[in-house]
Ligand binder design. Structure first.
Ligand SMILES: Cc1ncc(COP(=O)(O)O)c(C=O)c1O
Length: 449
């Protein structure tokens, strides 16, 4: 019999949380910042592939992947090997002050994944928010303009610059005072709730009109705007894909006015949607791409990649102590290799398989309003009433909690959506387990109505 970690599906041996988990949660409550918003009582001990084991020996199928970070699964042997080898060679030397071969090596590799006619340059950081902060600074520097436009529902990070763009939940901004000036938000094309009745292909026409006819005429002249920042698929906002035409039109508007288009691929990137970058589904070429999460399988690494004509800032304009750390880069090189040689294709194939099995959930389960996403970025919106589309955060939370108690890790997103963002290596058996488990949860939760 395989050990819990070698098994492909979960095994629960205690009530949750188990006794050791309870002890750790008590210590956590005593010493850790209360701002962390834990979804449920998982106290992780070790992981392998798509399986996480907790401190009491329960194992779970991980369809959250550390918020879409563990792209190659937990502790992939090739990633572990790369980290261990590099840790024995050189752990740190700041890339701001000195050279090391890992920096251009990963930058070149990353750039080859980003299609387009123009050459690109890369800046490495440690987290998603740092990638976005850097992109904001670069856009202001390159355009000599200071205004920024973002979208309602978007999440770009929690440091003060990126937080000024974030418009996901007011708790994330409340009590932090005045944020960056010159930032305005417009609606995101949200087909399921489109006030104009458009489809997932056509939703957003009126938003583009609002941008050009209202925003540009009444608030910011386009020649004052440094950048428009968008997630091609909103992540924290509820796994909402922007229609391809919307991204294409946005690019045309940006090009017309010398506005930079910044695409935040922190959650949607690195193969998760079945292409390296989610914006590729729309065939656009953004000016700056923000990357983090899945790039290094859990080691802290981020990047923003800009057209060479945009990244022209002078020596000393921007820097970092840790960004592009050799150990993180070794992990990223192994990660990108694994994704290129199988997991990208697997994400596309397994995404098609899962969508093929769940697209009719709204017909089969009274609390499912919408199923959407691409590849292995899958959102399921939970409603109280399919006709009125009344959002049901309580029912969503009940499904997420029930799934946990059946051994499946998922996360919430937006006000009432469940997100699935498993490692890109999952197979049919694991997909079937997740689908069956959620279907059981929908049935049980649907009876609560
Ligand atoms: C699209 C997007 N941008 C930026 C961030 C911020 O990343 P981090 O938490 O690494 O700072 C996130 C995090 O969830 C994200 O989803």
């Amino acid at each position: 019999m395989p050990t819990t970690l070698e098994a492909k599906t979960p095994r629960l041996i205690t009530a949750l949380p188990g006794p050791k988990a309870q002890q750790i949660m008590a210590a956590d409550a005593k010493f850790m910042s209360p701002s962390l918003s834990r979804e449920y009582a998982l106290v992780a001990e070790r992981g392998h592939g798509a399986i996480v084991e907790d401190v009491d020996g329960n194992s779970f199928l991980d369809f959250a992947a550390g918020i879409a970070v563990c792209s190659t699964g937990h502790c992939h042997p090739k990633v572990v090997d790369a980290i261990q080898k590099q840790a024995a060679e050189l752990i740190h030397i700041s890339g701001t002050d000195f050279y090391h071969h890992h920096l251009p090596q990963l930058a070149e590799k990353l750039v080859t994944t980003i299609p387009g006619r123009e050459a690109k340059k890369v800046f490495f950081g440690n987290s998603g928010t740092e990638a976005v902060e850097g992109a904001i600074k670069l856009a202001r520097y390159a355009t000599k303009r200071d205004k920024l436009i973002a979208f309602y529902g978007c999440f770009h990070g929690r440091t003060l610059g990126s937080l000024s763009l974030t418009a996901s939940k007011n708790t994330q901004r409340r009590n932090f005072g005045t944020l960056l000036g010159g930032v305005e938000h417009i609606p995101f094309p949200y087909a399921y709730r489109c006030p104009h009745g458009h489809t997932a292909e056509t939703c957003g026409t009126e938003i583009l009109e609002l941008l050009e006819q209202q925003m540009f005429k009444r608030l910011f002249a386009p020649e004052e705007i440094a950048a428009i920042v968008i997630e091609p698929i909103q992540g924290e906002g509820g796994f909402i894909p922007a229609p391809a035409f919307f991204l294409q039109e946005l690019q045309r508007i940006c090009n017309r006015h010398g506005i930079l288009l910044i695409v935040d691929e922190v959650q949607s990137g690195v193969g998760r949607t079945g292409k390296w970058w989610a914006y590729e589904h729309a065939g656009i070429e953004p000016d700056i791409v923000c990357v983090a999460k899945g790039i290094a399988s859990g080691m802290p690494l981020s990047a923003f990649v800009a057209k060479e004509s945009v990244m022209t800032w002078k020596k000393g304009s921007h820097g970092t102590t840790y960004g592009g750390n050799p150990v993180c880069i070794a992990s990223a090189m192994a990660t990108l290799d694994l994704i290129e040689h199988g997991y990208l294709e697997n994400a596309r194939r397994m995404g098609d398989y899962i969508f093929g099995r769940i697209h009719d959930w709204p017909k089969r389960f009274n609390i499912v309003g919408d199923v959407r996403g691409k590849g292995l970025m899958i959102g399921v919106e939970i409603v109280r009433d399919q006709k009125t589309k009344e959002k049901a955060a309580d029912l969503r939370d009940a499904v997420v909690s029930k799934a946990f108690h059946k051994g499946l890790l998922t996360l919430s997103a937006g006000e009432n959506t469940i997100r699935m963002s498993p490692p890109l290596l999952i197979d049919h058996e694991q997909a079937d387990f997740a689908i069956r488990t959620l279907e059981d949860c929908f049935r049980e939760t649907g009876k609560m109505l």
